[in-house]
Structures are given as structure tokens and as C-alpha cells.
Ligand binder design. Structure first.
Ligand SMILES: [Zn+2]
Length: 166
């Protein structure tokens, strides 16, 4: 077994380095350093369920959702499912920003999974994504149908796999 395979096997989500940079930059741009912003993370149908190949920003689905926090309209999910059907994708995670360094879930975050399916992964990025963010700075939260498991720091970096090549 290679080190690569071993590390990759633990990953809950895998993202290319350049797409990750673009994602963080775009979240920061959309929140303008004032508001939280977020996105759904999608991968191919029939894929490994971990590799992110497409990002759909919450405010592209619901233009009014960035209220400081995030108030995503349930009706906007139909647009998300349309994209999934048209591009043969599935939602494998989501990401949103928090102000400051705290990347634990708020009670609202924990009580309202963006997708309440077993294995769904929610990422929280600090500092409203106004600077480059490394994997160990991200809060990684996995939903198991009842509640959440949370990893931060080095444990988060083992589960959010950001690599030049996937
Ligand atoms: Zn939050």
C-alpha cells in the first residue's frame, strides 16, 4: 500500500488544489468580508462519493440567502436537483464560511443539515474565506442520520484531502 492510497482512503472529501483555491476565493468574494457564504459540493453519479468535481453556490440557487448568516430557501433545492439531473451529479457535501476562527457548527448548522443524508459532509471555513485557507483550518463535520461527527486541525486535514492531482 502506498502512503498516497492510505491517506486518500481516510478522506471524506477530495478536492483539487486549484479548485479549492478558487472555491475559497469565490466564497470570500460573495460574502465581501461581511456575510457568510456557502456552496454545495457535487461529484459524479456512480463515482467514489468523495471527489468534488462541481461547486454550486447557494446564492446562485437562492439570490436572497446571504443574510449575514445563511437562510437558504427550501424551494431552491429544486434548482439543485435540476443541475444534478442535467449533469449526472450527486451532492456529496457543502461548505460555508464563518467569521473569525471558529469552525465548529452553530446550533442552527447542526439542527439544519443542508442535506440530511447519511455520510453528508459539511465544511466550515474561517475568516469568511477572505484569505487562503488550508485543510487543517477547516471544520469537517459528517452527518450520520442522527447527529454529527466533527474533526478539526490535523484530523480535519486527514479527512479533507486537497491535492494538486486527484
Ligand atoms: Zn455556520
Amino acid at each position: 500500500m502506498t502512503i498516497w492510497a492510505f491517506r486518500g482512503r481516510r478522506a471524506l472529501l477530495r478536492v483539487g488544489r486549484t479548485p479549492w483555491r478558487e472555491l475559497v476565493t469565490e466564497l470570500g468574494r460573495r460574502g465581501r468580508g461581511e456575510k457568510e457564504a456557502g456552496a454545495f459540493l457535487l461529484g459524479p453519479r456512480g463515482g467514489d462519493g468523495r471527489t468534488v468535481t462541481r461547486v454550486v453556490y447557494l446564492d446562485d440557487l437562492d439570490p436572497d440567502c446571504l443574510t449575514g448568516g445563511i437562510s437558504f430557501d427550501g424551494l431552491a433545492y429544486s434548482k439543485l436537483w435540476d443541475i444534478c439531473d442535467a449533469e449526472q451529479l450527486v451532492v456529496i457535501g457543502d461548505i460555508h464560511t464563518h467569521p473569525g476562527i471558529g469552525v465548529h457548527q452553530s446550533s442552527i448548522d447542526a439542527e439544519n443539515p443542508m442535506l440530511a443524508s447519511d455520510g453528508h459532509v459539511a465544511l466550515i471555513v474561517p475568516d469568511l474565506a477572505m484569505r487562503p485557507i488550508a485543510a487543517h483550518e477547516v471544520g469537517v463535520h459528517r452527518y450520520d442520520g442522527n447527529g454529527w461527527t466533527t474533526w478539526t486541525g490535523a484530523a480535519a486535514a486527514r479527512r479533507l484531502f486537497i491535492r494538486r492531482r486527484l
